[in-house]
Design a protein around this ligand. Structure first.
Ligand code: FAD
Ligand code: NAP
Length: 411
C-alpha cells in the first residue's frame, strides 16, 4: 500500500468513478487513470429506467462528477477506450489500440451486461435492452404514447420501465417466466403487492410464461409464448438479468466464480488486483461465510471504500448490510439484507394501504426487511440485522408499537 502508487481502474462506471474520488479524498496522490469503454464520464444508472425515460432528468445530470472535478484532482479519465488484456507478470494493461499502461495496483470495475435471449427473432429492430445512456435514449425514443410495449422479464428493469411507460401512455405487457414477479430479488408478499399495483395501473402481467420467439419482418410485431399465446407489440424490452463482465479477469487467470472472487478488502487472488461492483463475487460478513454477487449502487460504493482504504493504508471499513431500492409509480421500495436461511416472515402493516414491510427472520433474528413506502421499517430492520438482536415477532407485527421497539431486552 502507498499513497504514491500508480493505479489503473478498468471501468468508468459507478464503482470505478466512486473509487477514483474516494482515493483522492483519502489522500492518494500517485498517478490515477480510469479507463472506460463508454463515451461518458462515470455516471449513475438508476435514473435511466425512471426519471430519464419519463423526461424528468437529463443525461447531463447523471454524471457522478463533472469534467472539472477530474482535472482539479489530477484524475485521468479515458473514455471510449477498451482494455483488451491484463499482463500480471509485468503489471501492464493493454488497450484495444495496443497502448500499454503500467500499474502498481489494478482495479477491475467492469460491471455487468444484460443477459441476451437466444430465441428466433431476437435480433429484430425495436427489441431493446437497458444498461447504458445510449440504450436509454433508444428506448425513450421508442416509447411513444399509444404504442404497445412487451417487456420480457419481471425483475427490476422490467417493472421500473413498465411504470415509466405507463406514465408515458403506452400499453404495457410484462412476460415473466417464473410463477411470480421479482422472483430473484423479493419475497412472495412483495411480489403480489407489486403485481396488484401494476395491474391497477393498467399493466398486463403474464406469469409462468415461456418465450418461444419474436415475430416481425425488420421490426418486432409480436412476442410468441410456448403455450401459443401471441402478444402484439411495437417495441419489446428484454430485462432478464445481468451477467458479470469478468472475461478479462478469467483470461488473466484470476479466481472467478459467479464474478471475480474477492476478499473483504475487495482484493482478488492476485494481491495487486482488486475487483469491485457488479462483477465481483464478494463476502458478506454480516452473514458469516456467505459469498454473493450484489448488483447495486450501495455495493459499488461500499467496495470502492474498501479498496481506497486498503490502498492508502486505512483500516478496513465496518461491514455494511447490503441494501437496495426501487421506485415504481409512487411506491418507494427499500430492501435491507438478504433472506438467507430465513424460516419465518412477519408482515407489518397492510399491503392494501400501500405502506407495509416484510421482515424475514431466522428464529428471533431479522436477516432481511423489505419495506414498501415505509422508511422507518427499513431503518429498524437494517439496525436489527446489524445488531443481531433477538426480536419479538408479536411486537414486530403490532402497528401500535414502533418497529424499533420490537427488540427483546435480555435480562
Ligand atoms: P457499471 O456502472 O456498469 O460500470 C462498469 C463500466 O465498465 C461500464 O461503463 C462498462 O462499459 C465498462 N467496461 C466494461 N468492460 C470494460 C473494458 N474491458 N474496458 C473499459 N471499460 C469497460 N442499483 C440500485 O442500487 N438502485 C437502482 O435503483 C438501480 N437502478 C438501475 C437501473 C438501471 C437501468 C440499471 C442498468 C442499473 C440499475 N442499478 C440500480 C444497478 C446499478 O446501476 C449497478 O449496480 C451499478 O452501476 C454497478 O456499478 P459498476 O461500476 O459495477 O458497473
Ligand atoms: P433481474 O432483477 O435479475 O430480473 C430479471 C427477471 O427476468 C427475473 O425475474 C428472471 O427470472 C426473468 N427472466 C430470466 N429469463 C427469462 C426469460 N427467458 N423469459 C422471461 N423472464 C425471464 O434483472 P433485470 O431486471 O434485468 O436487471 C438487470 C440489472 O439491472 C441487474 O443488475 C439489476 O440489479 C439492475 N437494476 C437494478 C435496479 C434497482 O436496484 N432498482 C433497477 C433496474 C436495474 P429468473 O429469476 O427465473 O431468472
Amino acid at each position: 500500500m502507498s499513497i504514491e502508487s500508480r493505479i489503473v481502474i478498468i471501468g468508468a462506471g459507478h464503482a470505478g468513478g466512486a473509487l477514483a474520488a474516494q482515493l483522492r479524498e483519502y489522500g492518494h496522490r500517485g498517478p490515477l487513470c480510469v479507463i472506460g469503454d463508454e463515451a461518458h464520464l462515470p455516471y449513475q444508472r438508476p435514473p435511466l429506467s425512471k426519471a430519464v425515460l419519463k423526461g424528468a432528468a437529463t443525461i447531463d445530470s447523471l454524471s457522478l462528477k463533472n469534467a472539472g472535478y477530474y482535472q482539479e484532482h489530477d484524475i485521468e479519465v479515458r473514455t471510449g477506450q477498451t482494455v483488451a488484456a491484463i499482463d500480471r507478470d509485468t503489471r501492464h494493461v493493454t488497450l484495444a489500440g495496443g497502448e500499454a499502461l503500467p500499474y502498481d495496483y489494478l482495479v477491475l470495475a467492469t460491471g455487468a451486461r444484460p443477459r441476451q435471449l437466444a430465441v428466433p427473432g431476437a435480433g429484430l429492430d425495436n427489441i431493446l435492452a437497458l444498461r447504458g445512456i445510449e440504450d436509454a435514449q433508444r428506448l425513450k425514443e421508442a416509447l411513444q404514447p399509444g404504442r404497445r410495449l412487451a417487456i420480457v422479464g419481471g425483475g427490476y428493469i422490467g417493472l421500473e420501465v413498465a411504470a415509466s411507460a405507463r406514465a408515458l401512455g403506452l400499453e404495457v405487457t410484462v412476460i415473466e417466466r417464473e410463477a411470480r414477479l421479482l422472483a430473484r430479488v423479493a419475497s412472495a408478499p412483495l411480489a403480489e403487492f407489486f403485481e396488484r399495483l401494476h395491474q391497477q395501473q393498467g399493466v398486463q402481467i403474464i406469469r409462468n410464461a415461456c418465450l418461444s420467439h419474436f415475430e416481425g419482418d425488420t421490426c418486432v410485431t409480436a412476442v410468441h409464448l410456448e403455450d401459443g399465446q401471441r402478444i402484439d407489440c411495437d417495441v419489446a424490452l428484454v430485462g432478464v438479468g445481468a451477467l458479470p463482465r469478468d472475461e478479462l479477469a478469467r483470461a488473466a487467470g484470476l479466481h472467478c466464480e459467479n464474478g471475480v472472487v474477492v476478499d473483504g478488502d475487495a482484493r482478488t487472488s492476485d494481491p495487486a488486483i482488486f475487483a469491485i461492483g457488479d462483477m465481483s463475487w464478494r463476502p458478506l460478513p454480516v452473514y458469516g461465510e456467505r459469498m454473493f454477487r450484489l448488483e447495486s449502487v450501495p455495493n459499488a460504493t461500499e467496495q470502492a471504500r474498501q479498496v481506497a482504504c486498503a490502498i492508502v493504508g486505512k483500516p478496513r471499513p465496518a461491514a455494511e448490510v447490503p441494501w437496495f431500492w426501487s421506485d415504481q409509480y409512487e411506491v418507494k421500495l427499500q430492501i435491507a439484507g438478504i433472506p438467507f436461511d430465513a424460516d419465518r416472515q412477519v408482515v407489518r402493516g397492510d399491503p392494501a394501504q400501500g405502506k407495509f414491510a416484510v421482515y424475514h427472520l431466522r428464529g428471533e433474528r431479522v436477516v432481511a426487511v423489505e419495506a414498501a413506502s415505509s422508511p422507518l421499517d427499513f431503518i429498524a430492520g437494517k439496525q436489527f440485522i446489524l445488531s443481531q438482536a433477538a426480536v419479538s415477532l408479536e411486537k414486530l407485527a403490532d402497528m401500535s408499537i414502533k418497529a424499533k421497539e420490537a427488540a427483546l431486552v435480555v435480562a
